[in-house]
Design a protein around this ligand. Structure first.
Ligand SMILES: NC(=O)c1ccc[n+]([C@@H]2O[C@H](COP(=O)([O-])OP(=O)(O)OC[C@H]3O[C@@H](n4cnc5c(N)ncnc54)[C@H](OP(=O)(O)O)[C@@H]3O)[C@@H](O)[C@H]2O)c1
Length: 319
């Protein structure tokens, strides 16, 4: 069983964001059934955030996981100011965010709590220092940061030992390989890979809902989709050769990197199929073919719209 910091977690976690109308409509009853199936399959690591559905996601997770026994690891996240906010917006304190998350989740302890984005106007030392005090008080079990740079990770870790860094990592987003992954490995910090299926693109999913947030993402604009589909064809070829689905191959590649992916889905059948990727070991030829099709930095379209892109680190592309 992989561990991140002192936490033992399942090989894949479950990312719950999409259960709050992010990538198309979600239905609470169906989402709860999917979460329960995740537990019965063996998923023990669940990921939410204060910002997903403005509290809806934490409440849903709290409701679904209540009385489901010990051994589940719950992670949530907060930001001082939504979307960076700007200095004029009064920052939310980590302590207040944690208290609100505990209430919504119906818990008296959250296993892992992340700073969701480093605030441009608040020192990472201040954010992480406050989270560290909440660990010492027993409110949270570990401190995480999301989308911090390698330097930010070092500064945060020097302030209070980090349990995990959560950043985007998948075949079409390999930026972290240059500096960030080597840094967390050197420091013994867990790495949680979010959007491991490229927000569905690397699973072959289509965007159909008019309110789907991916419509705002550069990578999901028609020209980028056309260019990136040529790369995805290699995943399809590998999938055919090894007798697996496109999503399974994409996840198996992330798993081959020794990190913990947290794919999200609203559907039990997708969940079951994704979980089966735990047993898919890709041979060296397949891994080479996938990496040749998705060189770092080659994906068409930025990974976030312009404002959100300012809040994630720009990584050097060269190896
Ligand atoms: N720290 C951060 O800033 C951050 C940012 C983004 C996400 N996250 C976390 O990471 C988690 C996962 O990321 P994500 O939800 O953005 O993207 P993802 O896991 O890469 O992809 C999710 C999308 O893939 C589709 N999908 C999943 N399995 C599939 C399958 N087998 N076949 C076809 N389609 C499939 C899902 O649709 P269906 O629902 O139809 O299956 C959904 O639209 C989130 O839930 C969240 O917890 C964190």
């Amino acid at each position: 069983m992989p561990s991140i910091g002192k936490l033992e977690v399942s090989r894949q976690g479950f990312g719950a964001m999409g259960l709050s109308h992010t990538y198309g409509q979600a239905d609470d009853a169906r989402s709860i059934a999917t979460l329960h199936r995740a537990i019965s399959l063996g998923v023990t690591f669940f990921d939410t955030a204060t910002g997903y559905g403005a509290g809806h996601n934490e409440e849903l997770l709290g409701k679904a996981l209540a009385d489901r026994g010990d051994g589940l690891i719950i992670a949530s996240k907060f930001v001082h100011r939504p979307n960076g906010g700007g200095a004029a917006v009064a920052p939310i304190k980590a302590r207040d965010a944690v208290e609100a998350s505990l209430t919504r989740l119906g818990l008296d302890h959250i296993d892992l709590y992340y700073l969701h984005r480093v605030d441009p106007d608040i020192l990472i030392e201040d954010s992480v220092g406050e989270l560290g005090r909440l660990v010492d008080e027993g409110k949270i079990g570990g401190v995480g940061v999301s989308e911090a740079s390698a330097d930010g990770v070092r500064r945060a870790h020097a302030t209070y030992p980090l349990t995990a860094l959560q950043s985007e990592y998948s075949l079409w987003t390999r930026d972290v390989e240059v500096e960030i992954l080597p840094t967390v490995r050197e420091l013994g910090i867990g790495f949680v890979a979010y959007s491991p299926l490229g927000r569905g693109f690397l699973a072959g999913a289509e965007v159909s809902d008019p309110d789907d947030r991916r419509r705002q993402h550069p990578r999901f604009q028609p020209d980028a989709v056309a260019a990136n589909s040529l790369r995805r064809a290699t995943i399809e070829q590998v999938a055919k050769r090894v007798g697996a689905s496109v999503a399974q191959v994409s996840l198996a590649w992330v798993l081959s990197k020794g990190v913990v992916p947290i794919p999200g889905t609203r559907h039990i059948e997708h969940l079951e199929s994704n979980w089966a990727a735990n047993h898919l070991e890709l041979d060296a030829d397949s891994l080479d073919a996938l990496e040749a099709a998705f060189p770092r930095g080659a994906t068409a379209g930025a990974r976030y719209p312009a404002e959100a892109l300012k809040l994630v680190p720009a990584e050097p592309v060269a190896a």
